[in-house]
Every structure is written in structure tokens, then in C-alpha cells.
Design a protein around this ligand. Structure first.
Ligand code: FES
Length: 148
């Protein structure tokens, strides 16, 4: 199936099976490796990207659903610069192994669009990604910093 969509601000065409998960297309077809594979079942959030401005888990979305829509990955989040979330992540030294962090940053950017100054409860309710290193405390500080 020939698909067209906007990827990180540029028009993108791919010829892939329509039921292929978006994550596979991003990583294997388009070689954008910033979006990570964790569980492959929509549970961990490592694969989080934005679809028309909303955080989604790309392992659980068939690529046919992005036809003519806008996809943003961690590579395009800051549009050529560091996004405020990425800057806060650096300043707070959030990552440990780092593997899950792109997904957390994408989920955080989505949260801050919807709730510009989230409380700790808002963060807990909305950021449901999983970090095996347990960087949640530093992430929470970085989210508050990015919200300033
Ligand atoms: Fe998609 Fe875990 S890899 S939610």
C-alpha cells in the first residue's frame, strides 16, 4: 500500500503492508531509530509518537491509520532545536539507561500541550509510560521545569 503522510514536517511516502505497525515503518523502513520498541503491546510507551498532535503508541497503530495525517517523532519534536522538554531532561539529568526516554519526552510534550502547568497528580494520571531504571522522580522535576 502506498501511503503518504507528514513526518516531522516533511511529506513522506512509503510502500508497505497496510497492517504494518507504525513503529516498524519508522524504525525499519525509514530508519528513524529514536522511537523505541519495548513491549510491542501498547503497554510500556517506549514507542510513543505524536499523531495529529496527540501522543499515541506506535506499536499498536497500523500504518494505514496515518494516511494524510501528521506524525512527529522524537527526531522532529524540537523542529531542529531542542524542545523545552528535551532541554529540561538534560538539565535534570533524567536518563539512566535512556532507552525509554524518547517515549517519555513525547508523552510529556503532549501533556504540556493539554495541561500547561500540570500537578504531580496530573503527571501521574497522564504519563503512564514505564521506566525500568526508575527515573520517575527526575522526570517529574524535568516536567515541572519544562512547564515554566
Ligand atoms: Fe509500544 Fe511498548 S513498545 S507500548
Amino acid at each position: 500500500m502506498l501511503l503518504k503522510f507528514d513526518l516531522n514536517g516533511k511529506s513522506q511516502s512509503v510502500d508497505v503492508p497496510e497492517d504494518m505497525p507504525l513503529l516498524w515503518v519508522l524504525r525499519d523502513t525509514l530508519q528513524l531509530k529514536g522511537t523505541k520498541f519495548g513491549c510491542g503491546k501498547g503497554l510500556c510507551g517506549a514507542c510513543t509518537v505524536h499523531l495529529d498532535g496527540n501522543a499515541i503508541r506506535s506499536c499498536s497503530i497500523p500504518v494505514s491509520q496515518v494516511q494524510n495525517k501528521k506524525v512527529v517523532t522524537i527526531e522532529g519534536l524540537g523542529q531542529g532545536q531542542l524542545h523545552a522538554v528535551q532541554q529540561a531532561w538534560i538539565e535534570e539529568g533524567v536518563p539512566q539507561c535512556g532507552y525509554c526516554q524518547p517515549g517519555f519526552m513525547m508523552a510529556t510534550a503532549d501533556l504540556l500541550q493539554r495541561i500547561p502547568n500540570p500537578t504531580d497528580a496530573d503527571i501521574d494520571d497522564n504519563i503512564t509510560n514505564i521506566c525500568r531504571c526508575g527515573t520517575y522522580y527526575r522526570m517529574r522535576k524535568a516536567i515541572h521545569k519544562a512547564a515554566q
